[in-house]
Write a new protein. Structure first.
Length: 73
């Protein structure tokens, strides 16, 4: 069930991302009638240290890579 929910969230988020055309974006979602729906769009997603650590990521490294990528370096 968790995988299905995750895939549903991903499908909705990717469709909205493509429709909006914003390079860096985050979506807040809730369940409505048993389905995830987007309730808020953020032009810059929240970078929560606990979530990054859980995934084995470092926030500073991610920001650095995003900036360098945007600069074409």
């Amino acid at each position: 069930m968790v995988m299905q929910q995750s895939q549903a969230h991903e499908k909705i988020a990717l469709a909205a991302y493509k429709a909006l055309g914003i390079e860096v974006i985050g979506f807040d979602m809730i369940y409505h009638d048993g389905r995830p729906i987007i309730v808020d769009v953020n032009t810059f997603p929240g970078m929560y240290q606990e979530l990054l650590e859980e995934r084995g990521l470092k926030g500073g490294d991610l920001f650095f890579k995003m900036i360098m990528n945007k600069m074409g370096i």
